[in-house]
Design a protein around this ligand. Structure first.
Ligand code: NAD
Length: 255
């Protein structure tokens, strides 16, 4: 059965993705800071290389798919960390596995972005531009200097979505597919931490999708499973909003 590497596998959406894919019979390589098949810190260049090497060893050089789910939210210990994990932890891990994805003859990837990537940041934003220029030191410096976790979170999700769409063009020419899921609020420890934070709690509680509820990790896992399946064989470079109508509400005159 296909081998799929999932980052952020130990919690929330990543854990639900793993449960669903395993149920479907896939072989998984779980990647996280701890309690995973590959324990590595995706916030640093060394940790990312370690994650890539260990994943390559475990898949034997041929990988069918990657789900890049690891991420930190607005309550992260530093603003720069948001950029380090949410953008570079995705891009460098994927780049390191490109050859293995090609080797399988059917490489696919899903990046878990966020509805925040299309809402809160006016593109082009200097922080997002630095990420897309692959300049981690500059992106982290701008992020830390700004002291604005929401802007950094939105910029990281905007940039990783643009990165994914650019990659999808390249990959699609080689028979591979890459798509991005943009979840709205989903009931996970990350979301709960923002609700519990006195700085952000009220705003998060008041920002409710038209469906009147947050999503469940299983609802994001179902969308991921679909995008990796042959049912999605002509879908590449898409951004799938799984957000209870949030994006349609906020960007009422755009798409
Ligand atoms: P979560 O905190 O439950 O899970 C995130 C996982 O990523 C954890 O297991 C954590 O250990 C791992 N991780 C964080 N930093 C890491 C690092 N440096 N190296 C390796 N692993 C690391 O959160 P979640 O809500 O399941 O988030 C999953 C993804 O979904 C994130 O990218 C997040 O931005 C995105 N997202 C979440 C929501 C939401 O409301 N929950 C909404 C939109 C997007």
């Amino acid at each position: 059965m296909p081998t799929i590497a999932v980052t952020g596998a130990a919690s929330g959406i990543g854990a639900a993705v793993c449960a669903q894919l395993e149920n479907e019979g896939h072989t998984l390589i779980r990647v996280d800071r701890a309690n995973a098949d590959v324990n590595a810190d995706l916030s640093t260049p060394e940790g990312r290389q370690q994650a890539v090497q260990a994943t390559l060893e475990q898949c034997g050089g041929s990988l069918d798919a990657v789900v890049a789910c690891a991420g930190v939210g607005v309550t992260a210990p530093s603003v720069g960390l948001i950029v380090g994990v949410n953008y570079f932890g995705v891009a460098e891990y994927l780049e390191g596995l490109e050859t293995a994805l090609k080797a399988s003859g059917r490489g696919k990837a899903v990046i878990i972005g966020s509805v925040a990537g299309s809402h809160q940041v006016a593109a082009p934003h200097a922080m997002a531009e630095a990420m897309l220029d692959n300049d981690e030191a500059k992106a982290r410096e701008i992020a830390d200097d700004s002291g604005e976790p929401h802007t950094a979170y939105a910029a990281s999700k905007y940039a990783v979505t643009v990165y994914g769409r650019r990659k999808a063009v390249e990959w699609s020419r080689q028979g591979m597919r890459l798509n991005i899921i943009a979840p709205g609020a989903v009931e996970t420890p990350l979301h709960q931490a923002s609700i519990d934070d006195p700085r952000f709690g009220e705003a998060v509680r008041n920002f409710v999708a038209p469906m009147g509820r947050a999503g469940t990790p299983d609802e994001i896992a179902s969308a991921t499973s679909f995008l990796l399946s042959d049912q999605a064989s002509f879908i590449s470079g898409s951004v799938l909003f799984v957000d209870g109508g949030m994006d349609a509400m906020v960007r009422a005159r755009q798409f």
